[in-house]
Design a protein around this ligand. Structure first.
Ligand SMILES: *Cc1c(COP(=O)(O)O)cnc(C)c1O
Length: 466
């Protein structure tokens, strides 16, 4: 979560209270305005407190116009009702809420089946707060397995991955003191190269991370080729390096839309897979999933058993307490959609992404890096002749129309490249896509008339931090 600093100078102004809201105070008939940066001295009537918080939140953005996030912003009302019914259930109290625990178990089993675990009864997995926690757990399992293989206490572990990894992998390496070995981008390759990854491996490599798909441009990394490169590395050197697939988005897209793509537990080298239930799993934030092929892939000594809540259920998690509602909502969505339902939802999202990518390309001002045909996500930059404006101008001007579309520069070796990225999600309908195209098309003549790109202070101008 953001690390907030206290105010440099406490805001002495209190919250402003509309006189209408004061009715609930029986003595004065008025409510004293509560301070902003101190706990109020006493209670505020519930209706007043509700209105104050509600009014403050009114200024948050409209999530349906947010084309920056991968996270679910729409669910059916029935899912909302179920989640409300489970608000008081703590996921960790597995003995008190055995049915919630059972629904979690069924979700793990369904995912093991969806991701083609060779022996679903051997696969182990758990829910998490999101993919970040799932990646921490998977990384810890890789590190512990390496440590068991390699008892030399002076050896320093490393993890090999593309420079395009999501920030959670930088966190993992930082927090758990693992060297991050990054395969740079090269030319028009914006994700990991299998051969380059294999070359970075040595006896202290705990694993290689493959991403399905990249947050930078929505492309799938070539997981099967990566495994093949590591197979031949093993033949040459004897090094047996496991692969973790970060399927935060793609592990809930590829099984429905790219059934012939082999990226999952069908590849013997894939030890573990994570996904974000709250991205294309279609559940409100925060739920993720981590699965291991079998018990060998998840060292038993990382699993905790606590008996002080009653029962003795094994757990693997960073958190202790966690809401149960999202897990229940995930089960609801699995049950509600089934395979063909997920396929229909994801297909329509991807068709909207592809159609929109084609129309953006047809404007003539832009060059597509990806076309929305892997993740329903595409990235584009300005075409070679375009000098009056850049992608940061596009992002800033779209914001004036309510659209949140991030612009950012790429990592090494393509820092020269800046792109705009559009993430299509369920809820971004083709009608909304039409409105987006209308707005973008209307902006272009003005952008073309600019003397030069205007958004000098890039980050400050767009406010997006990748
Ligand atoms: C979003 C994302 C993450 C982090 O997932 P959260 O669920 O937001 O914690 C990790 N890896 C990839 C590839 C992602 O797209």
């Amino acid at each position: 979560m953001p690390l907030h600093q206290g105010p440099a100078k406490p805001d002495e102004r209190s919250l402003s209270v509309n006189p209408f809201y004061g009715e609930a105070d029986p003595v004065s008939g008025m409510t004293e305005a509560p301070p902003k940066h101190r706990l109020p001295d006493g209670p505020t009537p519930p209706s007043t407190a509700y209105q104050l918080v509600h009014d403050e939140l009114m200024l948050d953005g409209n999530s349906r116009l947010n084309l920056a996030t991968f996270v679910t912003t729409w669910m059916e009302p029935q899912a909302g009702v179920l989640m409300a019914e489970c608000r008081d259930k703590n996921m960790i109290d597995k003995d008190e809420y055995p049915r919630t625990a059972e629904l979690e178990r069924r979700c793990v089993a369904m995912l093991a089946d969806l991701w083609n675990a060779p022996d679903p009864s051997a696969a182990v997995g758990c829910s998490t707060t999101g993919s970040s926690e799932a990646c921490m757990l998977a990384g810890m399992a890789l590190k512990r397995r390496w440590r068991t293989r390699n008892p030399d206490a002076t050896a320093r572990p490393n993890l090999v991955m593309g420079v395009n990894v999501q920030v959670c992998w930088d966190k993992f390496c930082n927090f758990w003191e693992v060297e991050a070995r990054l395969v740079p981008m090269e030319g028009d390759r914006f994700h990991l190269d299998p051969q380059a990854a294999a070359e970075l491996c040595d006896e202290n490599t705990i694993g290689v991370v493959g991403i399905l798909g990249s947050t930078f441009d929505g492309s799938y990394e070539p997981i099967a080729d990566l495994c093949a490169a590591l197979d031949s590395l093993q033949e040459r050197t004897g090094l047996d390096i496991p692969v973790h697939v970060d399927g935060a988005s793609g592990a809930m897209i590829a099984p429905f839309l790219d059934e012939d793509l082999v990226w999952d537990f069908r590849l013997p080298r894939v030890a573990s897979i994570n996904t974000s239930g709250h991205k294309y799993g279609l559940v409100y934030p925060g739920v993720g999933w981590a699965l291991w092929r079998d018990r060998d892939a998840l060292p038993e000594e990382l699993v905790f058993r606590v008996n002080y809540l009653g029962g003795d259920m094994p757990t693997f998690a960073l958190n202790f307490s966690r809401p149960g509602a999202q897990v229940v909502a995930q089960y609801y969505t699995f049950l509600r959609l089934g395979r063909s339902g997920y396929r229909a939802v994801q297909r329509s999202t991807r068709e909207i992404a592809r159609g929109l990518a084609d129309r953006v390309e047809a404007l003539g001002d832009f060059r597509l890096l990806t076309r929305g045909d892997e993740l329903p996500v595409f990235a584009f930059t300005t075409a070679p002749g375009v000098e009056a404006y850049d992608v940061f101008d596009v992002s800033r001007r779209l914001r004036e129309h309510g659209w949140l579309v991030p612009a950012y520069t790429f990592p090494p070796n393509r820092e020269d490249l800046s792109v705009v990225r559009i993430v299509c999600r369920n809820g971004f309908s083709s009608d909304l896509a039409d409105l987006f195209m209308d707005d973008l098309t209307r902006l272009l003549p003005e952008l073309r008339r600019q003397p030069h790109p205007l958004t000098r202070d890039k980050e400050a101008a767009t406010g997006f931090h990748h």
